[in-house]
Design a protein around this ligand. Structure first.
Ligand code: NAD
Length: 477
């Protein structure tokens, strides 16, 4: 018996989870379920993460978690429980297969069979946000080399294990040259280690357009957290319904399985939701815990119901579907087909022992890191950058004011009158003699700023690593 933690979640969660558990139990899954309560009910009990201590204990002890969708309360300082779980448990890879079941489920993309592999721990989902001035709020996008290496290697290993011929990388490194640039760079490095797998790279905007238009062009897509979140909903929806796709969140010791969709509050309690996403996630879970036979039995029974046209509302289509069913009726239809093989859709045969083991990350020797200056961010309600520059040049020392930008666009020297400026100014001080800045340069500058009544809201050090600039230029610089 395998112990698995289960949470029935919010909104449509309990309906689709009860249906899924009925199917798993009827199929003979050898699982001892341990139910925990997380989410909407746990938030008001004073737990801003929505996860009580007992739930953490259960998940960390059992290491396998089947989770229904959870509603994230908007505002109020509540953090997304889903993001907290993924990050706290080190579930770095989010695997989201999106496949069409044409002609039995209506889709414009009959040949689509793409797996989105989404980085799960970094990017804008670090959730580090600050209001810095009256007008400007910032969200930090964090991308790390270990994070990139893990997810990209995982994608290539996944392709190798499941006989996929191509891995595509989606980034926006024409704009975010350092963060997305690192993701792309690591992709190119790791792709070289897999000469038998085709590797291509896409700028996310045109890549997403192609994915939505011709998904059959793609096999495995690897991308960062936010892009992966958006892309996988698009991919699932165009395969037939967002209600069809399941996902595995995998880490070194724990794994969490869930539908890719949310708690769908408008249809909650109506017994109309499609349980397929969660059921397909539970099939991934059965494979993960080595119960391939049960996984096969359920997948085949599900395919039987789908090809017979027994469909929930989200995929029901006159002329294709034969019977509109509720969530519970769909579950009953699957249970009554356990042991049967589909006649038209392929019957699955899952292999035992497929596992991806990644090498431990090895930190390379530290590069030479040289301080070249500092970006000082200033809250200033004026509108003429020249007068701000005049004030700030009084602070010059071995580092001197070289540029002012507003929302990234250079406004001094030689800015344009047309540029709209907010109250958030990035003022760059750089060494001019080619030598490293002094250790004391920045604290001295800040002390001077205090004396001159300059409202400094934050600083970012400017470094070169092994002679390569580690910071972006201003737009128009
Ligand atoms: P959603 O995925 O809940 O719903 C989007 C649309 O898809 C709605 O029209 C919904 O009715 C439909 N839909 C979703 N699942 C369906 C299913 N199984 N069967 C039929 N139709 C289905 O997205 P949302 O409305 O943006 O989010 C609702 C809540 O869910 C939010 O609080 C959000 O934070 C949360 N959420 C949770 C998760 C998670 O737990 N992993 C993921 C995404 C969103």
């Amino acid at each position: 018996m395998q112990k698995v933690t289960v949470a029935k979640g919010d909104g449509i969660g309990p309906e689709i989870m009860n249906c899924t558990l009925d199917i798993l139990n009827a199929a003979g899954a050898k699982i001892d379920w341990e139910e925990v309560e997380i989410g909407e009910k746990a938030y008001p009990a004073g737990n801003s993460s929505g996860i009580p201590e007992l739930a953490w204990e259960s998940i960390r002890k059992n290491k396998v978690f089947l989770k229904a969708p959870i509603t994230t309360p908007q505002g109020g300082g509540y953090k997304s429980l889903n993001v907290t779980l993924r990050k706290a448990l080190g579930l770095f890879a989010n695997i989201r297969p999106c496949k069409s079941f044409y002609p039995y489920v209506n889709t414009k993309h009959p040949k689509m069979d793409v797996v989105i592999i989404r980085e799960n721990e970094e990017d804008l989902y670090a959730g580090i946000e600050h209001q810095q001035t009256q007008e400007v709020i910032q969200c930090l996008k964090l991308i790390s080399r270990p994070g990139c290496e893990k997810i990209i290697r995982y994608a290539f290993e996944y392709a190798k294990l499941y006989n996929r011929k191509k891995v595509s990388c989606f980034v926006k490194d024409n704009i975010m040259k350092h963060t997305d640039g690192l993701f792309h760079q690591v992709f190119l490095e790791i792709a070289e280690e897999y000469p038998d797998i085709e590797a291509d790279s896409w700028i996310i905007d045109i890549g997403a357009a192609r994915l939505a238009d011709s998904p059959e062009m793609f096999e495995v897509v690897v991308t960062s957290n936010l892009y992966g979140d958006v892309l996988s909903d698009i991919a699932a929806q165009i395969s037939g319904s967002v209600g069809l796709a399941g996902s595995a969140n995998v880490g070194e010791s724990c794994a969490m399985f869930e539908a890719i969709h949310g708690s769908a509050p408008p249809i909650a309690g109506k017994n109309v939701a499609n349980p397929s996403g969660l059921l397909r996630a539970s099939i991934m879970m059965l494979n993960h815990i080595g119960q391939q036979e049960i996984a096969q039995k359920i997948k085949n029974a599900w395919s039987c119901a789908i090809e017979e046209g027994i469909h929930t509302e989200d995929i029901f289509k006159e002329g294709i579907s034969t019977k509109l069913v509720s969530t519970t009726e769909f579950g009953e239809a699957i249970i009554s087909r356990l042991g049967l093989s589909p006649k038209k859709l392929p019957s699955v045969q899952y292999q035992v022992g497929l596992k991806i083991d990644l090498p431990k990350y090895k930190r390379v020797p530290s590069p030479a890191k040289v301080l070249k200056g500092v970006d000082v961010f200033v809250d200033w309600k004026g509108s003429d950058p020249d007068s701000l520059a005049e004030k700030l040049q009084k602070l010059n020392s071995d580092i001197a004011l070289s540029m002012i930008t507003n929302r990234g666009v250079k406004v001094w020297p030689n800015g344009f009158d047309e540029t709209f400026c907010t109250d958030h100014w990035r003022c760059r001080y750089e060494v001019s003699n080619g030598k490293p800045a002094e250790n004391a340069s920045i604290p001295n500058l800040l002390q001077q700023a205090l004396k001159e009544n300059v409202d400094v809201i934050k600083t970012e050090n400017l470094y070169e690593f092994d002679g390569t600039r580690g910071y972006s230029l201003g737009l128009g610089q």
